[in-house]
Structures are given as structure tokens and as C-alpha cells.
Design a protein around this ligand. Structure first.
Ligand SMILES: [Fe+2]
Ligand SMILES: [Fe+2]
Length: 169
């Protein structure tokens, strides 16, 4: 593999594991608030992020590239309000989208069609992640203002279940 594409994918393993760590921190915030549904939603999101990390890990291994695992940073988002946490989630996903786009651009530059095909899944996934983050914010703004609405929203998010990723390597 091209060194730049390889290095960016190797970094992405760390970024996805950091995302998992960040969302576990979000879940921790909501657990302490007594909002177990929101906590459940972010715990499942953390599982998805771990899956993303493992896909990059497996892709590099499948292509005979050496994986180098680095230290995972401490979550650095200040969690001050429910809506603030949801907004931080959207900001983070927009950042992750930019990372995926950067890897795609590097693969495109060297005509690494296999990498581009692999990354197509992540391009679509990031569209979904941004949509999910936006939905949470909209629902919170619409219904989270009173305790009954917040209770209903929390119950909805409690129903989220983990699904294995549709991409298998
Ligand atoms: Fe991810
Ligand atoms: Fe997802």
C-alpha cells in the first residue's frame, strides 16, 4: 500500500477507538443524570466505533500491512448539559467525516481502487452518523424541554439495540 494511505488508515484505528471512548464518556454523563436510555444509545454507539476501528485493523492486516496501535487519548469534551453533549456528538461526527474524506482523497491520488471501495462503506456510514446526531438534537430541542417529553425520548433511546456492521472483511 501507499505509505500515506496506510498511515492514515492506521491513525484511523486510533481515532475510531477514541470515538468509542468519547461515547462511553457521554454514556457515563447520561447515566449519572438518570437518563438510562440516552446512556444506552451512546453505549451502543461506542460498540459501533469499536467495530469501525476493527474494520481498519482487519483491512490493513488483509493487505499485509503492519498495524501499530497507539495510546488512546482521554476524552476531552466538557459535558455540561444534555443538549451540549448531543451537539458535541455532531461536532465529533463532522470531524470524523473529514478524516474519512482525507483518507479517500489520499487513496484517490494514488488510484488505490481497493481502498476506495473499502472506504465507500465509511462514506455512507458517516452520512448516517451525521443524520443520527442531527436527529437527536432536533428531538431534544422539540421534546426535551419538559420532563414528560424527556421521559418519552429517553424511553425511545432505551430501545436501541446493537447490530453488527453490514461490512464484513
Ligand atoms: Fe466511526
Ligand atoms: Fe453508525
Amino acid at each position: 500500500m501507499d505509505k500515506k494511505v496506510r498511515d492514515l488508515m492506521n491513525d484511523q484505528i486510533n481515532k475510531e477507538l477514541y470515538s468509542a471512548y468519547l461515547y462511553l464518556d457521554f454514556a457515563n454523563y447520561f447515566e449519572a443524570r438518570g437518563l438510562d436510555g440516552f446512556a444506552n444509545w451512546y453505549k451502543i454507539q461506542a460498540q459501533e466505533e469499536r467495530d469501525h476501528a476493527l474494520l481498519f485493523y482487519q483491512y490493513l492486516q488483509n493487505n499485509s500491512e503492519k498495524v501499530e496501535l497507539e495510546a488512546i487519548a482521554k476524552p476531552d469534551v466538557v459535558l455540561e448539559s444534555d443538549l451540549g453533549v448531543l451537539n458535541a456528538g455532531l461536532t465529533h461526527e463532522l470531524y470524523v467525516t473529514s478524516l474519512i474524506n482525507d483518507i479517500y482523497a489520499a487513496a484517490y491520488d494514488v488510484k488505490d481502487f481497493r481502498a476506495m471501495q473499502f472506504l465507500d462503506w465509511f462514506v455512507k456510514e458517516q452520512g448516517e452518523e451525521e443524520e443520527n446526531a442531527n436527529d437527536l438534537i432536533s428531538k431534544m430541542e422539540l421534546f426535551g424541554g419538559d420532563s414528560k417529553g424527556l421521559y418519552m425520548l429517553n424511553s425511545e433511546l432505551a430501545a436501541r439495540v446493537y447490530n453488527t456492521p453490514s461490512l464484513v472483511l
